[in-house]
Design a protein. Structure first.
Length: 322
């Protein structure tokens, strides 16, 4: 009886220890999976506050451009991770009175919006946004466009790395692409199979239609993602775009993994040695007749636009690869 009691106590301790995994991993891998309008997405307003255009205390890259948009101003929208770029673009070439912010969100009259990837793709199809800055659309998003008779034009404007994250105490620092695929397909279920401790792997995923989940499905290339039934008592692995989690990695108990022996720093992304680098795009409806769409996107591809992309923390188009 004593032996059974000890075993149960030990099991309870393991469950409590591993279920309460690092809060930073939760914040960057699980919290963003909550519905956009849920209470868990209150961080959205904080991000908007931090990167407002025409604000002396803003965290955006601030440049003065001779190129200025006038007349029919395109509504620009996009992914949360790319919002600082959108805001810096607006700050550089839009008039100040084009942005309306009520302290928590942009108003319907504002030419700058931030609806996240799923909302932005819906908005550009519905005609509520003219240009969105996002990763590639999901199959569902492409189908929604086709069902509404909309043909989307995707113009690559920059590059970013797709990265995988684990708890900072996890002894595993490097995995191969095939090992990552093996984790998410169910081939590997315990970190000891990959050089780590005897501990279940908890492979986290994101909401369908998010930029990260779409990128993950592309990475898996048709292989089904399977949950580990014991993952909830184990140590997690998650995924995101590098920019979105870089600050958390720097200040939290989280680390990005090297892939095939290459760490996802800017140098390795720029020279193409990091193996998962993809473009992000300026996306618009091909039938949209706003005369400023073409000139604005051309400016994004200019030295000034690419400078904003680089200084924000992403990789300029000329430096990366698809």
């Amino acid at each position: 009886m004593k032996k059974l009691t000890k075993q149960l106590a030990a099991l309870a301790a393991v469950i409590i220890s591993f279920a309460a995994f690092d809060t930073a991993v939760y914040a960057i891998c699980t919290k963003p999976c909550l519905p956009d309008q849920s209470s868990g997405m209150q961080a959205k307003s904080i991000e908007l506050d931090r990167y407002l255009p025409f604000d002396d205390n803003s965290g955006i890259v601030d440049i003065d451009s001779e190129f200025q948009l006038t007349g029919e101003l395109p509504v620009i929208d996009g992914a949360a991770a790319l919002y600082p770029i959108c805001s810096a673009f607006v700050n550089a070439v839009y008039p100040k009175n084009s942005v309306r912010f009520d302290g928590s969100d942009f108003s319907s009259e504002s030419k700058l919006r931030m609806r996240n990837t799923r909302g932005a793709y819906k908005a550009v199809v519905d005609g509520d946004s003219d240009i969105i800055i996002c990763a590639k659309p999901s199959e569902e998003q492409l189908r929604y466009a086709a069902d509404n008779g909309v043909e989307l034009e995707l113009v690559p404007i920059g590059c970013e790395a797709f990265v995988f994250l684990v708890n900072g105490e996890n002894p595993v620092d490097d995995l191969s692409i095939e090992q990552i695929k093996g984790i998410y397909s169910g081939e590997f279920t315990d970190w000891s199979q990959l050089g780590g401790k005897k501990m279940p792997i908890n492979p986290l995923t994101r909401n369908a239609g998010s930029g990260s989940q779409t990128a993950m499905l592309s990475f898996m290339n048709g292989t089904a993602i399977k949950k580990n039934p014991l993952g909830f008592i184990g140590s997690p692995i998650g995924f995101s775009f590098r920019y979105y989690v870089e600050d958390v990695v720097e200040h939290g108990n989280v680390k990005m993994l090297s892939l095939n022996g290459v760490y996802p720093n800017k140098e390795n992304i720029s020279d193409g040695s990091y193996p998962i680098v993809s473009n992000f795009y300026a996306v618009y409806n091909k039938s949209n007749d706003n005369p400023n769409i073409g000139p604005f996107i051309n400016w994004m591809l200019s030295d000034e636009g690419q400078y904003i992309i680089e200084e924000t923390g992403y990789i300029p188009l000329s430096a990366g690869k698809e």
